[in-house]
Design a protein around this ligand. Structure first.
Ligand code: MOS
Length: 731
């Protein structure tokens, strides 16, 4: 039976708080954890499939041109080579759920260096790789290929503009102003598991075992690419070794494996190398951001401007939404947001780790630090003075907003009052010490989701949904929701994910997974409770379920006795409704960081870092904290080391591996503290939970870079703050 629920009204019942199993919100261990650490969880490339052939992608060595021929003769007689595939369909890879319309998605036209143009299939991976290196590609180059977003010959389009009031006048009349331009570099997702797919056909039906985040969409994308109905496609992704946005959409390995398997009549695996992940999947766009702040004598903002330039391939729709949180984070009646998109021949730009806020809030928070100094106000106090009562752009109330509490609590816990108040004035030997802070904010979303919950006559529970767990803790939190609602110990609950045969959800993206799919499980469990209540003749709201028993009127009845041999099987369907639109919904937080900067070398070491966050109900104290730890760790990388470097001539990625693209390692990460404030957001969903997956990165880097300023007096406005940039400003 299907139960549909449209979320129109705020849910003030707080049902999870009325339950008795006492597991929701607790630091419940991941059920999938032991499998993962003991190597028993099967990732996409690891499935054992009979007669498996191996494909290796061949990529374009130029930024723009047309593939004339592959030079197959050079390799077709090589040992083990089965086939070399190319052609229109091969290149039709929709980007992260967008329509399949961009010109580089369907011809032999080459639009960026590293673009896949063919697949070599062989008996072994090594034979395929060897042959791929020996193809004699013939390419006709065509015209100049702009690869620099800021170059004079690059096409730039204004793709978004919104304004309110008169920012220019506000700037002219303000007691204090900031008008600064910052730059952030491109980022790679750097998920631990490289992209991989194994395709297997049974007649006209395809099974793809892959590493993807949003299976419902990925299934449609793959079917579109192959020109077959979606019902003929099944995707399996029970375990995914990180995605960070790069696995939101179907990508080349999945389409290529499916086409090759159909062509040769055998299962085909395509596993990307780390370099291929860098060069052919997704990048976060670099950005140039101009922030204008106008404030009165007391630091109260009268105006905010956020103009930014990002890039993507010609005719691609996606532009990193840098100013996503700018309209509602701080007060100010005069506002302006302008988005410009540069058309460059670099690999596809897409969603990576909190697209928008990760780099946009970061730069806004740097500019706020600059304003605090101009006004002569404590940076925490400046923010407190500028938290609006309602969303200043739409006039809507906030669903919930504990930014002030995060700031105050964080300042106290960190010992902010004891900070170094004069930039460059605290020195221990060679090390300059400084502290910095920043606010965190990320939009909150809810998406349509379905999940099946089945209660067996014996009192065991099975949960099924195509939702993925990309390291986020989905297995744990769905198990907890059912456990709490049905009063069943987690050992008797099996959560099955990552299979398009299961009811569809929105997948893992945009921090909406837990709230959306969790609500679908909640809806199903509520219906199961109603059925049980009916059988014991009490109102559902009076029913207590705990440890496999119903407790009512001093009776304690085991569930199997109530079920009397009959299973209860319910699919919960969530449809987001008016509640989502009626309020401005976001999550908030505050970061505090202490750094030591070497006065001789300019090297920065983060010494300690604290994040305080509020994201509605916390479903699992351990996995939520881990998400925030991870986000803050990415923040350290963004602040100090992470940057994609493109060759100025043809845009090819110079640092295309984890040796040259520097993400933080253990030695770079100090003790990080995370505090999660207690909150219920009635407007978010019936769980009162908001998304927390991406919140930890949304501004984190700014706290580190602001701390570098406090330590040294050097403002680095060009991320990352590598030693050369810091050193240049040191005395
Ligand atoms: Mo996220 S960048 O929506 O996986």
């Amino acid at each position: 039976m299907n139960i549909r629920f449209k979320f129109d009204e705020p849910d003030t019942r707080h049902r999870l708080d009325q339950m008795s199993q006492d597991i929701i919100g607790k630091a419940f261990d991941r059920p999938d954890g032991p499998m993962k650490v003991s190597g028993q969880a099967t990732y996409a490339a690891e499935w054992e499939v009979d007669r498996l052939a191996h494909g290796v992608l061949v990529r374009a060595p130029v930024a723009r041109g047309r593939l004339k021929s592959l030079g197959i003769e050079a390799v077709s007689a090589m040992d083990g080579v089965i086939a070399v595939l190319t052609g229109e369909r091969f290149l039709r890879v929709p980007a992260q759920g967008t329509e399949n319309t961009a010109p580089h998605q369907g011809a032999s036209d080459i639009y960026y260096h590293g673009q896949p143009v063919a697949l070599v299939v062989a008996e072994t991976f090594e034979a395929a790789r060897h042959a791929a290196h020996h193809l004699a590609l013939e390419i006709e180059t065509s015209g100049p290929a702009p690869v620099d977003p800021e170059a004079s010959d690059t096409v730039r389009e204004e793709t978004d503009r919104s304004s309110q009031g008169d920012l220019d006048r506000a700037m002219a009349e303000a007691a204090h102003t900031v008008d600064v331009t910052y730059r952030t570099p491109g980022h790679n997702s750097a998920a631990m598991e490289p992209h991989a797919a194994i395709a297997q056909w049974d007649g006209d039906e395809l099974t793809l075992r892959g590493a993807y985040q949003m299976l419902k969409f990925n299934r449609n994308e793959l079917a579109d690419s192959l020109g077959i109905p979606a019902e003929k496609v099944r995707i399996l992704a029970p375990y995914v070794g990180g995605g960070f946005g790069s696995k939101l959409g179907i990508s080349h390995e999945g389409v290529a494996a499916a086409l090759a398997a159909r062509e040769i009549g055998r299962p085909v695996s395509v596993v990307l190398s780390r370099q291929q992940v860098f060069e052919t999947t997704i990048r976060r766009s670099e950005s140039r951001q101009r922030i204008r702040l106008a404030a009165g004598e007391d630091g109260r903002l009268t105006g905010i401007g956020h103009e930014y330039l990002v890039s993507n391939l010609p005719e691609e729709d996606f532009a990193e939404p840098v100013a996503q949180a700018t309209p509602f984070l701080y007060a100010g009646e005069h506002r302006e947001v302008v988005e410009e998109l540069a058309r460059v021949h670099r690999l596809l730009a897409g969603s990576v780790r909190a697209p928008g806020e990760a780099i946009g809030v970061t730069v806004l928070e740097n500019a706020m630090d600059e304003l605090a100094e101009k006004v002569g106000l404590d940076p925490v106090e400046l923010r407190l003075r500028n938290i609006p009562d309602v969303d200043p752009s739409s006039g809507k109330p906030y669903s919930s907003n504990r930014l002030a509490d995060c700031l105050v609590h964080g300042a106290e816990r960190f010992g902010w009052d004891n900070r170094n108040k004069e930039p460059g004035s605290e020195r221990h030997g060679e090390w300059l010490i400084g502290q910095g802070m920043a606010s965190a904010v990320r939009v909150n979303m809810l998406a349509p989701a379905e999940a099946r919950v089945r209660l067996s006559p014996e009192g065991d529970v099975t949960i099924e949904t195509d939702m993925t767990d990309i390291g986020t803790g989905t297995y744990a939190i769905l198990t907890q929701i059912a456990s709490e609602m049905l009063g069943i110990v987690p050992d008797r609950i099996e959560t099955r994910l990552g299979d398009t045969d299961f009811p569809p959800g929105p997948g893992s993206g945009g921090s909406w997974g837990a709230a959306s799919t969790g609500t679908a499980v909640f809806i199903a469990c509520e219906e199961i409770r109603r059925r049980i209540a009916k059988r014991v003749a009490v109102a559902e709201t009076d029913l207590t379920l705990v440890d496999g028993h119903a407790i009512t009127d001093n009776r304690k009845i085991p569930l199997p006795e109530i079920l009397a041999g009959v299973a209860i099987d319910v699919v919960g369907e969530l449809e987001p409704g008016k509640a989502q639109k009626a309020r401005r919904q976001a999550t908030y937080g505050a970061y505090f960081a202490e750094v030591a900067v070497n006065a001789v070398t300019g090297e920065t070491r983060v010494r300690r870092m604290l994040g305080v966050f509020s994201a509605g109900r916390i479903l699992n104290a351990k996995t939520a904290r881990s998400q925030c730890l991870g986000g803050m760790t990415w923040g350290i990388g963004m602040a100090l080391t992470e940057a994609l470097v493109h060759d100025a001539r043809d845009g090819h990625l110079i640092n295309h591996d984890l040796a040259e693209y520097h993400i933080p390692v253990n030695a770079d990460v100090p003790q990080i503290e995370v505090d999660l404030l207690d909150e219920r957001d009635d407007w978010a969903n019936p769980l009162q939970a908001k998304g927390i997956g991406e919140l930890g990165i949304c501004g984190a880097a700014a706290s580190v870079v602001n701390a570098i300023y406090n330590a040294t007096g050097v403002r680095v406005r060009d991320y990352p703050a590598t030693l050369d940039k810091v050193l240049a400003g040191l005395p």
